[in-house]
Design a protein around this ligand. Structure first.
Ligand SMILES: NC(=O)c1ccc[n+]([C@@H]2O[C@H](COP(=O)([O-])OP(=O)(O)OC[C@H]3O[C@@H](n4cnc5c(N)ncnc54)[C@H](OP(=O)(O)O)[C@@H]3O)[C@@H](O)[C@H]2O)c1
Length: 323
């Protein structure tokens, strides 16, 4: 049923579907009392998400690796909406030092923080290690976001309790989380070059995005904190993400064009989860086409989620101790 809905654009139970755009899903929502941090908000799905959240009145902070591109993105948003509140702060997720500097710079602004969108990502890159010596897709897509979320969480908790407004964290995952290594996450050999597969390493990092969201959601529920955490597959959208596998993706799209979305449609599920009143109190779920979707069996394993949580903290400690 889900696949037929994706192909036809028929709305699901939420009233929205694969053809819904970010503007449509947020129509009539006033976000003028919300502050959003979005990673990778200067291109692709992130840029459209930033534009539409700003259109609804939110103050959007774009966390970006490339300041020049982000300032251009900011100007393009301001061109269509001169009232947009957009700020740009440098962030390289593949460097824990940079993640800490970003968090310090953001906290120094003394702004509230209602919504964190862990959107940035890389896909199918050849084997390489990050500056901190960690396999690059795991370091960028998961560990950088894991650390960023830890560092911003107290700010989000303070904002949620002082304003009474529910905080929301959204992790951009992918249906590719299904195509991971046999054991789900290679805890014992995360950096192993011999067994590295660019596709499975991407799938592993996207599985980690969901497990991170699920475990954080569980912890926040236990603490009674008014913050939800969900994950998203945005759909298939031709963006810069495909740069390491452009030919493969072009061929794939020829055979599955009916499943592909444009960028405004690709940003809809993120915007739905970030802003829509339907999602009040909903946490620890996986969404696609603006509706809850089934995720892989690995994502339903709370022991695996806890193991990834401990493993990620251990990695952070060892990198921070070394630096
Ligand atoms: N497009 C799809 O079909 C698709 C499908 C499933 C899931 N997703 C997920 O959706 C998210 C957005 O992807 P997209 O399609 O919009 O791709 P995109 O246009 O390539 O955007 C990704 C963004 O992440 C940023 N980024 C990459 N490495 C970074 C780093 N080390 N530090 C900080 N920022 C970094 C990029 O910045 P630079 O410009 O500096 O590289 C870029 O702004 C990703 O998490 C992706 O996995 C996309």
């Amino acid at each position: 049923m889900g696949m037929i809905r994706s192909m036809t654009g028929w709305p699901g139970p939420s009233g929205f579907g694969s053809a819904t755009t970010a503007e449509q899903v947020t129509a009539g929502i006033d976000a003028s009392d919300l502050t959003v941090v979005i990673t990778g908000g200067a291109s692709g799905i992130g840029l459209e998400t930033s534009r539409v959240l700003a259109l609804r009145g939110a103050h959007v902070i774009i966390a970006t690796r490339n300041m020049e591109a982000a300032n251009e993105a900011k100007q393009s948003i301001l061109k269509s909406n001169e009232n947009a509140k957009i700020d740009v702060i440098q962030l390289d997720l593949s460097s824990l030092k940079s993640v800490k500097a970003f968090a310090d710079n953001f906290i120094a602004l003394n702004l509230p923080l209602n919504i964190l969108i862990n959107n940035a990502g890389i896909m199918f890159c050849p084997y390489q290690l990050s500056q901190d010596g960690i396999e690059m897709q795991f370091a960028t897509n998961h560990l950088g976001h894991f650390y960023l979320t830890n560092l911003l969480l107290d700010k989000m908790k303070d904002t949620a309790s002082s304003t009474g407004i529910e905080g929301r964290i959204i992790n951009l995952s992918s249906v590719a989380h299904i195509h991971t290594y046999e054991e789900g996450v290679k805890f014992d050999s995360i950096n192993d070059k011999n067994s590295y597969s660019d596709k499975r390493a991407y799938g592993q990092s996207k599985l980690a995005n969901i497990l991170h969201a699920n475990e954080l959601s569980r912890r926040l529920k236990e603490e009674g904190v008014n913050i939800t955490v969900n994950s998203v597959h945005p759909g298939f959208i031709m963006t810069n993400l495909m740069k390491h596998s452009l030919n493969l993706m072009r061929i794939l799209r020829m055979f599955s064009y009916i499943l592909w979305k444009n960028v405004p449609q690709g940003a809809a599920t993120t915007c739905y989860i970030a802003m829509h009143p339907n999602l009040k109190g909903v946490s620890g779920k996986y969404y696609a086409d603006c509706n809850e979707w089934p995720a892989s069996d690995f994502t339903k394993d709370p022991k695996l989620a806890k193991k990834l949580w401990d493993f990620s903290n251990h990695l952070l400690d060892s990198v921070i101790r070394r630096s």
